[in-house]
Design a protein around this ligand. Structure first.
Ligand SMILES: [Zn+2]
Length: 147
C-alpha cells in the first residue's frame, strides 16, 4: 500500500489515532490523509453552506411519500439529497453522522457514482475522530434550524 512518511511533533501525535509508529518515524498512511482531507471538505461544506442546504431529520425508511416523489426503489434508505431544492433528508434512526457525511459527499462530488460515494463514506467513518464528529454535528444542527 502507498504510504507517506511525515515527521509530526509529539503533541500533535494524539490527534492522529491511526498513526503507525515505525522505528521512531511516524507514518501516516495515504488512507488516513485522504480521510482527513474529506472530513475537512465536509466541514467546509457545512460551515459555508453557500447553496443554503437544509437538513431535515425524519423517518425516511418506509416513507412512501418521499419514495414516490424521488422514485426510490430501495427500501433501505437512510439519507437523501435533493440538490434542486437544496434539501438533505436524514433518517435519525440510522447513524445520522454517517448519513450526513454521505450526503455531503454527494453535494461535493456530484459526478461520482453511488458506489464511489459509499466507499468514501466508509473511509471517512473508519478514521473520523470524536472531535470531528462533534464539529460535523454542530454545523449540521445549524443547517437543521435554517429556514
Ligand atoms: Zn448515496
Amino acid at each position: 500500500m502507498f504510504s507517506v512518511s511525515v515527521r509530526i511533533e509529539k503533541e500533535v501525535l494524539s490527534t492522529y489515532q491511526t498513526t503507525l509508529l515505525r522505528g521512531g518515524t511516524i507514518v501516516r498512511t495515504y488512507r488516513t490523509r485522504r480521510a482527513h482531507y474529506l472530513v475537512r471538505r465536509i466541514v467546509d461544506f457545512l460551515y459555508r453552506n453557500e447553496d443554503g442546504y437544509q437538513i431535515r431529520m425524519m423517518r425516511l425508511q418506509g416513507n412512501t411519500k418521499i419514495r414516490k416523489k424521488y422514485k426510490i426503489n430501495s427500501t433501505r434508505i437512510c439519507g437523501l439529497i435533493d440538490p434542486s431544492s437544496r434539501l438533505i433528508f436524514v433518517d435519525f434512526r440510522y447513524d445520522p453522522i454517517a448519513t450526513i457525511v454521505h450526503e455531503a459527499l454527494h453535494a461535493l462530488y456530484p459526478n461520482k457514482r453511488e458506489r464511489d460515494i459509499a466507499k468514501m463514506e466508509r473511509l471517512v467513518m473508519r478514521y473520523i475522530t470524536e472531535a470531528q464528529v462533534v464539529i460535523i454535528w454542530t454545523l449540521a444542527e445549524r443547517c437543521m434550524r435554517a429556514t
